[in-house]
Design a protein. Sequence first.
Length: 130
Amino acid sequence: MLCSSCDQFNTEIAIRSPPQLSRVAMSVRQAVAAGVLRYNSFESDRELTEQRLFLELDLQGALPDVLRYQFDCPTCGRCYGLFVETYHGSGGRWSCTGQLPPNNSFKPTPASRVDLIQALAGPEPRRGTR
Ligand SMILES: [Zn+2]
């Protein structure tokens, strides 16, 4: 399945140096800012607790030795991972890691979305049409 939104990120990139990591992280951050990718803080925290939020990383400075960040595409639900482990010398990787479940059941629905759904589904008081 092709997705015009995230296709440019649907690739596997081996990350072998800190400058390369900065470049990859920079383009991912731009994609998040543009809404092409969504930073999945829930899954990222499950991968590695107490790491800094992806959007708070200082990409110009020294990056942590271990990074595990998850992203997904709001359009097609593909999941992407930025996994880095420089400490053990294995380098890092950007890759497509799978697909969100179609019902998104493992994610809590944001409150604003609940309000919207209720507003859409709620009984509209009928005004007299005479
Ligand atoms: Zn996509």
